[in-house]
Write a protein of this length. Structure first.
Length: 254
């Protein structure tokens, strides 16, 4: 149940060791979220994140293990997460994601398939599993990490971009399908953020740090926007970039 000010009290993070999602969750704990479920693949890293959130003020933090390379596990992960939270969850952050190395993926069929499983198939299956839970609650809020990489595909990361384009489209359809049932669904489209995912890569224009991205996302979560752009200026930038001729688009940095 949200508190009297509409702040979520229970939060599930799918991708519970994500730098950005954890920074968002810390802010939600500051705003009185007390029950947090972190689901991820790395037990030790999840335990460290859980300890950090407890030290930050969360009263109940549970961890769940899953591997997004096995999309059939998604329904069981959602089931376990609701049980761990005590039966209901106010906000679900879907942050699981893998960038991959495009130069390797170019000739790697198994790696390409895995990227689609982790970034698209598992999250889509998780959303399908969430539907019944949220409809039964009669309320709920889901925010899914897409990327500007999916808005217009670049040669440099086209496999990742394609997975995010698919997830973005699926999430928008999912949002429409639960809108009349009192469930809010948002797409988050960050630009380049300095996290462990992007460590060592050359920065793109409009790069932000984790805290700036988290502040923007938290603000977006309390808005009625269907899409949260981070930083917000990227919404206008991509309005133009989307329509650039391919010959110009290819030459842009980032
Ligand atoms: N950083 C950026 O510039 C940027 C830009 C646009 C969108 N995004 C998206 O924002 C989200 C959060 O990214 P981030 O920057 O916070 O990166 P991050 O710290 O690397 O978070 C990614 C999360 O996905 C998890 N994950 C990856 N493969 C998995 C698997 N097979 N099974 C289960 N979990 C798996 C990671 O777990 P481990 O910690 O165990 O690896 C981690 O919890 C991602 O969806 C990302 O695609 C990021």
């Amino acid at each position: 149940m949200r508190d009297a000010f509409g702040n979520p009290q229970s939060v599930l993070v799918l991708g519970g060791t994500s730098d950005i999602a954890l920074a968002v969750t810390r802010r939600l704990v500051d705003a009185r979220a007390s029950t947090i479920v972190l689901a991820g693949r790395d037990d030790a890293a999840l335990t460290r994140s859980a300890d950090e959130l407890r030290a930050h003020g969360a009263t109940k933090v549970e961890t769940i293990i899953f591997d997004a390379s096995s999309p059939k596990s998604a329904a069981a992960t959602i089931e376990e997460s609701f049980e761990a939270a005590g039966g209901s969850i106010d906000l679900v952050l879907v942050a699981v994601g893998l960038l991959g190395d495009q130069t390797e993926l170019d000739n790697d069929a198994a790696g390409t398939a895995n990227l689609f499983e982790v970034n698209l198939t598992w999250p889509a299956a998780a959303l399908a599993a969430l539907r019944g839970k949220l409809v039964a609650q009669g309320t709920g809020h889901v925010a899914v990490f897409s990327s500007v990489a999916g808005v217009r595909i670049r040669r440099a990361n086209f496999t990742y971009g394609a997975t995010k384009a698919g997830l973005d489209a699926f999430t928008i359809g999912f949002a429409e399908s639960v809108r009349s049932q009192g469930i809010k669904v948002q797409v988050i489209r960050p630009g380049f953020v300095r996290t462990k995912m992007t460590e060592g890569l050359s920065e793109a224009p409009f790069t932000t740090d984790i805290d700036t991205a988290a502040d923007t996302i938290v603000k977006g979560l309390s808005s009625s926007s269907a899409v949260i752009w981070s930083p917000p200026a990227l919404q206008a930038v991509y309005l133009i970039l989307r329509h650039l001729p391919a010959v110009v688009w290819r030459r842009l940095p980032g």
